[in-house]
Design a protein around this ligand. Structure first.
Ligand code: SF4
Length: 386
């Protein structure tokens, strides 16, 4: 056999092996631009991206053979090179009050949570962006688990896809469609910037879930440089986890405040809000009320002064206790007093209702319980006390 023929055979074998070994492209995680690039890369026209995006996100199929307007030959090709794969659902929990919760496993092997809360004609899905979290807020169940991994786009948008697939199966009159998404689950979304931005784009894309920019909210604990960068690439609604009205207290509750203190955070909030073309939008300030820690009258007064120039509404979140947290929920009277004091200064102040108590729906709780089986949170707390 000539050298030339031998070399060609070697190349063909190599190519066949690399194709066989290559990971399939997960189309669930491709934004419109990336889906178009994918089809161009396999020699197909761009309009295939539109067709497939609709099949994936509107019809929520996971099988190319269901895509009836795609030719058989292209479906066969897609079966060989691509897949539509959401994160694995480990467990589903359905509360009597309509709250639903899914625990899903991501590629790193960790679990994250997705929670659906139906209320007053709205259906809000709370989505996770990281497995665990590195920011270590002192009152947060997720923070106590430490950081495990950033979620991929397929794992973030996959949570919306899983919930939407579920609601396909419930009677329409149960009014459980997803009208809002909040990036408020496990993790700090701005620490997984690119994947979160791509996922939010898919949530707002008409070929994805078609939600308006007002109905997609990113919640941050205050990663200031990333918040400034966000204003250049997105116009979603903003929520800020404040939790304290002065630097000293916030340093102890939200450690990232030591790096980006309140004056820098407020500047970045102004910058983001000014970048929105719609001047009527306001930032949501989240404030977890911890008994005897940040729920006193002086804290309410400081909050009023701190936020005087910020177009905002304030959402008070009574702490939802979990094992070894070291914090307690304030009494209903204390919560009401705090709310009234801030309201008197002219702010719109709501108190978040506890939902899904019977299924441990508070953020991080369910996965926290699973992790506690390894006594990880006790070790974490013990290490912090050294
Ligand atoms: S509150 Fe948010 S940012 Fe802080 S540790 Fe928990 S998940 Fe992370």
């Amino acid at each position: 056999m000539s050298e030339l023929i031998e070399s060609s055979i070697d190349q063909a074998v190599e190519l066949a092996e690399s194709t066989a070994n290559a990971e399939k492209v997960n189309l669930l995680g491709l934004s419109r631009a990336k889906m178009e690039a994918f089809f161009l890369s396999i020699g197909e026209k761009k309009f295939r991206a539109e067709q497939v995006l609709k099949w994936v996100h509107h019809h929520r199929v996971d099988n190319f053979d269901d895509m009836s307007n795609i030719s058989k030959s292209l479906r066969e090709r897609l079966n060989e090179t691509a897949e539509i794969r959401g994160p694995e659902v480990v467990s589903s929990h359905f509360s009597e009050d309509g709250t639903c919760k899914w625990v899903v496993r991501v590629a790193s092997g960790s679990c994250v949570e997705t929670v659906f809360i139906p209320e007053n004609g709205r259906g809000t899905l709370c989505v996770s962006s990281q497995a665990g979290c590195s920011l270590d807020c002192s009152f947060c169940s997720t923070g106590k688990q430490g950081f495990n991994s950033d979620l991929t786009v397929a794992e973030i948008i996959g949570q919306v896809w899983i919930a939407a697939r579920h609601f396909n199966n419930v009677p329409a009159k149960m009014d459980r469609s997803i009208t809002n998404v909040v990036m408020m689950g496990m993790g700090e979304p701005l620490m997984n910037f690119d994947n979160v931005v791509d996922s939010m784009d898919l949530m707002m894309d008409d070929l994805g879930y078609g939600l308006s920019k007002r109905r997609v909210t990113l919640s941050t604990s205050g990663v200031v440089p990333a918040l400034r960068k966000l204003s250049e690439v997105s116009n979603v609604s903003l929520a800020v986890s404040l939790h304290a009205p002065n630097n000293e207290l916030r340093n102890s509750l939200v450690p990232i405040n030591r790096k980006y203190p309140l004056d820098q955070l407020l500047d970045a909030i102004h910058h983001y809000m000014n970048s929105l073309t719609d001047s009527k939008r306001v930032v949501t300030i989240e404030y977890t009320l911890l008994a005897g820690v940040n729920d006193q009258p002086e804290h309410a007064d400081q909050l009023v002064v701190l936020l005087k120039d910020v177009p905002c509404k304030i959402n008070l979140i009574p702490f939802n206790p979990f094992p070894h947290s070291g914090y307690e929920r304030p009494s209903n009277n204390a919560i009401r007093r705090f709310q009234e004091r801030v309201q008197l200064a002219g702010y719109n102040v709501t108190v978040r209702k506890t939902r899904g108590d019977d299924i441990d729906a508070a953020c991080g709780q369910l996965v926290g319980n699973v992790m506690d089986k390894t006594r990880r949170s006790e070790r974490h707390i013990a290490a912090r006390q050294l």
